[in-house]
Design a protein around this ligand. Structure first.
Ligand code: MLT
Length: 238
């Protein structure tokens, strides 16, 4: 069965035990983490607070990335743009990363009771679908949302994943998944046009980060990357 939790604030309504949790923050935390691992970052520490991000950076000698309210937080190597990991002037290969973002890293930390925790984005949709299929367990897609509220792009990703898992998984016994599937079917023919209407895209546009938006919608650009939680970090299990 595939179910979708629209916001981390609703996680208390779900039992994560025995399930695969797919953490989604299309704009931009999950897309950025996938890009980082795809570009050779060895592992990622997703942390809740800025202080922890700094502390991990010092303790592990890793790169630090932090964002609050869509803007890079002061005092860190990087913000939350995937392009930060594609800049030849700052090679990231072989480095570890600690990252803290407004909603995405929080959603992940709240989902650790699941049997397996992976990070999903359009960039690695195939890797997530393959992993979930191989696990054969119930799935909960955990949308990071925005400050507790529903986000269109995260939900549309849930629909895309449900579509890939059809017919092997039951995607019809949850209204949340059904709704996400319908949104995906509506948006798929022109995803970028469809998601242009979403609140976070307007937020990113106003922060001049609209190129990040186009980047994050590339389906399967990192089809071999599967960030998976192991002990205290995300590693590429792809
Ligand atoms: C978040 O975690 O809230 C974000 O990924 C926001 C962003 O950087 O666009």
């Amino acid at each position: 069965k595939v179910d979708i939790c629209f916001s981390p604030e609703l996680l208390h309504l779900y039992d994560l035990r025995g399930k695969v949790a797919v953490i989604v923050d299309i704009l931009r935390a999950s897309s950025t983490i996938v890009t980082a691992l795809g570009e050779g970052v060895t592992h990622v520490f997703p942390v809740a607070t800025l202080d922890e991000c700094t502390a991990y950076g010092q303790e592990h000698g890793c790169l630090t990335a932090a964002e609050r309210d869509g803007l890079p937080a002061a005092g860190f190597d990087l913000g939350n743009s995937p392009f930060g990991f594609l800049d030849a002037r700052r090679p990231v290969q072989g480095r570890a990363l600690s990252i803290s973002t407004t909603n995405g890293t929080m959603a992940l930390r709240r989902s650790l009771a699941a049997d397996a925790v992976v990070v999903g984005s359009f960039l690695n949709l195939a890797a997530v679908a393959d992993f979930v299929r191989a696990q054969g367990r119930d799935v909960l897609v955990v949308c990071a949302g925005w400050k507790g509220q529903f986000c269109l792009e995260d939900t549309v990703f849930g629909g895309a994943l449900a579509a890939r898992l059809t017919p092997d998984f039951d995607v019809r016994s949850s209204d949340a998944t059904l709704a996400a599937l319908h949104l995906w079917q509506q948006g798929e023919p022109n995803l970028s046009n469809y998601l242009l209407q979403s609140a976070h895209v307007r937020r990113l546009n106003s922060l001049e980060a609209s190129k990040d938006f186009e980047f994050c919608l590339q389906i399967d650009a990192y089809a071999q990357v599967l960030p998976r939680w192991q002990h205290d970090r995300l590693i590429n299990n792809g």
